[in-house]
Design a protein around this ligand. Structure first.
Ligand SMILES: [Mn+2]
Length: 333
């Protein structure tokens, strides 16, 4: 278990920020995941409970439907150049922005164009910092999830947590801790989960929605991925590879569990799930259960993430991609 010492506790200026603005845009990272969605929804509900206007905007043109049980999920807006926010914000005016689970501008994507002056931007995140983005950047890399930090905002503002809020807070933590199993899981995460269950969250219902409602075809694709498993560097690195033809029509989010399988091999230290998302263009999910910092590996290819889970994209052939990644991992072995 990790120490619960909070390096960067929540400060009063976050409450001030929420008091001082009335019209918020809330955003998260490109290819939003369960933590980004849940943190956004939880913050959106909090801001509304404070009597403010709020709209959620993402760069993503498609949302992951697994999370549509979250309140207001379907009102998340996909960025377009001529986006008119007047249906949500008076005069369509973004007075302030809360950026969640985003380490830097590259990961925020096009919603950057809607940002107000930096003093009206609040960033809350648990990734290693890539860019300072706001008047307030609250970053705690010890936090399991951004959603767990949003929980602290609830407590600080003393907004009572209703069932919809509780579902969002539970979901983000559940997702980013890998169902309370990753090394980032803290006593605090169980405590928050316990509080949310007491409010009425049904753990089985949310776990099933997020992790065990796979489409038949997606599970067949996962089977293909498992069959491709190969080991390298004397078993230190295990790789799952899916080629473009295997992925046509396949929703990426439905097969991401393969990343966790890649590091589940006995004796393995690093797992890679490599998928050819366009011919000659690969998306790589990296996982570590050793001292290898896969965030560093991903960064060498313009990607990023956390010490034990990261991602990047490389344009090259299968053989070249594997060779490049193994060379980078070898530097740390
Ligand atoms: Mn996260």
């Amino acid at each position: 278990m990790k120490s619960d010492a909070i390096l960067d506790p929540i400060t009063d200026d976050i409450v001030e920020f929420l008091k001082n603005h009335n019209q918020y845009m809330i955003s998260g990272h490109i290819h939003a995941d369960g933590d980004a969605y849940a943190a956004m929804v939880a913050m959106h509900l909090l801001v509304q409970a404070l009597g403010k206007q709020s709209v959620m905007v993402l760069d993503d043109q498609q949302l992951d439907p697994r999370f549509d049980f979250l309140k207001n999920f379907n009102s998340i807006v996909s960025f377009t150049e001529d986006l008119d926010l007047s249906a949500w914000l008076e005069n369509g005016q973004v007075q302030a922005t809360i950026i969640l689970d985003v380490p830097g501008y590259k990961r925020l994507g096009k919603p950057e164009k809607l940002l107000p002056a930096a003093e009206h931007v609040l960033k809350i995140d648990h990734h290693p910092v890539e860019d300072t983005m706001g008047g307030i950047d609250w970053v705690n890399i010890q936090s399991s999830s951004t959603t767990a930090m949003v929980y602290d905002v609830y407590k600080k503002t003393e907004i009572p947590i209703d069932l919809d809020m509780a579902k969002a807070l539970y979901t983000g933590i559940l997702y980013d801790t890998g169902r309370f199993s990753f090394s980032n899981t803290r006593a605090k995460d169980y405590a928050i989960a316990s509080e949310m269950v007491a409010i009425g969250v049904q753990p089985a219902e949310i776990t099933n929605r997020v992790f065990f409602e796979s489409k038949f075809g997606a599970l067949k694709t996962i089977g293909k991925g498992l069959a491709s498993l190969e080991n390298f560097l004397n078993g230190a690195v295990n790789i799952i590879y899916l080629k473009y033809e295997d992925l046509v029509g396949q929703e990426q989010s439905e097969i991401e569990e393969l990343a966790n399988f890649s590091v589940a091999v006995q004796g393995g230290m690093v797992g890679l799930f490599i998928r050819e998302i366009e011919p000659g263009y690969h998306k790589i999910s990296l996982r570590s259960k050793s001292n290898v910092d896969v965030n560093q590996v991903a960064k060498a290819f313009d990607g990023g993430g956390h010490t034990r889970a990261a991602g990047c994209r490389i344009a090259a052939s299968k053989e070249e991609v594997i060779q490049k990644l193994l060379a980078e991992i070898s530097k740390q072995l």
